[in-house]
Design a protein around this ligand. Structure first.
Ligand SMILES: N[C@@H](CCC(=O)N[C@@H](CS)C(=O)NCC(=O)O)C(=O)O
Length: 225
């Protein structure tokens, strides 16, 4: 098999694809993209992902972006990332679940993490408060589903759990009251016990240290409350 490369940035949603690759036990290289220098918008990187975002996955000399597509693709080739099914409706619902993370949760995560990016420093708190309220509905839904079961799909770990974990972890450090959702908290703790997740986190931490040493680590400001 030709080399697999994951373009990522520490703390970013590329961690979801990184966990998926680690769970599959694939050999791959991570390449760090420096947001602080605008590397993600450079012509070189845009050849990989014209949208100028991470993750981007190079696999068999072809490039794929979007976590949902990367997970679906890797699952088609290697299995293990989603419960196996021949039922088109079950399969479509699995994609709907992943899209819930990428299209509903992720935009709220960004408004919670980086509210000033959307509305400037003066309006950041109002943006974040709105996102907190909107997130409550979805965290309650997730928390209810995780009550009494280990993973999103009961006993079977899936890449959906990795995606839910990244959303949780990202807002946890940004003043969002995750403790209101005990089953989701327990889910995150369970996930962090998995050796593959620990390896993905170690890659992320290594990338953070690298950028820190270059003075290029992006740290969004926490809002005073
Ligand atoms: N829908 C995309 C979202 C990708 C995305 O927004 N990535 C962020 C990092 S979490 C990024 O690259 N941001 C840089 C930018 O938007 O300038 C996916 O799921 O892969």
């Amino acid at each position: 098999m030709s080399k697999i490369v994951l373009y990522m940035s520490p703390g970013s949603c590329a961690r979801v694809s990184c966990i998926a690759l680690e769970e599959l036990g694939l050999e791959f290289e991570t390449r760090v993209i420096r947001f602080m220098t605008g590397e993600h918008k450079s012509p070189e990187f845009k050849q990989k992902n014209p949208k100028g975002k991470v993750p981007a996955l190079v696999y068999n000399n072809q490039t794929l972006s979007e976590n949902v597509a990367i997970i679906t693709f890797l699952n088609q080739i290697h299995g293990q990332l989603l419960p196996s099914t021949n039922d088109p409706m079950v399969s479509a619902n699995q994609i709907a679940d992943l899209c819930f993370c990428s299209a509903t949760l992720h935009p709220l995560v960004t408004r919670i993490r980086m509210p000033a990016f959307f509305a400037g420093e003066d309006n950041a708190k109002a943006v974040q408060d709105k996102a907190f309220d909107a997130m409550d509905e979805f965290f309650a839904l997730i928390d209810k589903r995780l009550e009494g079961q280990q993973w999103w799909y009961k006993d079977q770990w899936s890449a959906m759990d990795a995606y839910l974990y990244w959303c949780f972890w990202r807002v946890q450090g940004a003043g969002y009251h995750v403790e209101k959702f005990p089953h989701y908290c327990a889910h995150a703790q369970r996930l962090e016990q998995r050796p593959a997740v620990q390896r993905a986190i170690a890659r992320d931490n290594e990338a953070s240290s690298q950028l820190e040493s270059e003075g290029l680590l992006f740290k969004p400001k926490n809002i005073a409350r």
